[in-house]
Design a protein around this ligand. Sequence first.
Ligand code: TRP
Length: 334
Amino acid sequence: MRKTILTGLRPTGNLHLGHLFGAGQNYVRLQDDYEFYLEIADVQALTDNFDNPEKVRKNVYEITKDLLAIGLDPEKVNFFIQSKIPEIAELTVYYSNLVTVARLQRNPTVKTEISQKKELFGNSGESITYGFLGYPVSQAADITAFDGEVVPVGDDQLPLLEQCREIVRKFNSIYGDTLKEPEAVLSKNTRIKGLDGNEKMGKSLGNAVYLVDDEETIKKKVMGAVTDPEKIKKDDPANPDVCMVYYYHKLVNNEENINTICSECKKGSRGCVQCKKELIEAMKDFLRPIQERRKFYEENPEEVDKILQKGTEAARSKAIEQMAKVRKAMKIDY
Ligand code: TRP
């Protein structure tokens, strides 16, 4: 029997290269070998965007198109919308008895997010909502409602996985062996750097290259990239290992070009402007097949609806089955 994957994404913005090289490639690699449920986590997105429902709704479709564009096959992956599965909400309520408020407040992912969202949650988290504090409980329900065994995520999500495993153990110890403890599968590149040299690419950092970026946007971003600060003149030898342009050539260019770029840069026979122009071309070539696939779904939005509907139906029947087991174990199967 194939194992079950459950993973999710908050629909709050388009996917960027950081997502692609992290979670995205991980999903594509795993899609052949698992029963795969991919949740568009609109309920979770609302926990810190409750005042902006249009943004969440729009991004449900944006992110689904992005995921299809990177090569996820809707025949293999069940794309579903979290809010369409009421069993998740029900399970969240039962799990909320199995976790303390103090434990949620200590969750490192939650703590980091609270400190990043001061305008919403206050300077020291004094305005934190019940819903946001509880989203790890809801995420545990996301995973276990589908009997999820394998959860491909970035390392920022590990505290949420640990919290889920604790809830599972607690549930099983009280109500009898019912749920499986899920395991995380980390992406190979957990994190890629920004063109600005920041350790991380992110929307909030303002350094993201999006899968939907057009030529003009790519040009502007690449031309502003950080290069070796020691290199002053065009023919100074430089160190490619501290250059973000070289770093991105390594991500999107082919091996032969990468080797040439590296040795020319070290010798001083390559100017940064030329190197950036070549990166723009390589980035465009790299994004072209992704953008072409995306274009099909942009022109045929009814296909996206169909995919979400079909995936949501499959997810719903799985969750209904699982909830029957949960209710029986909890003696609420009236
Ligand atoms: N917390 C994840 C994020 O912020 C999204 C998510 C929701 C998720 N439900 C999940 C991830 C279940 C893994 C498993 O991107």
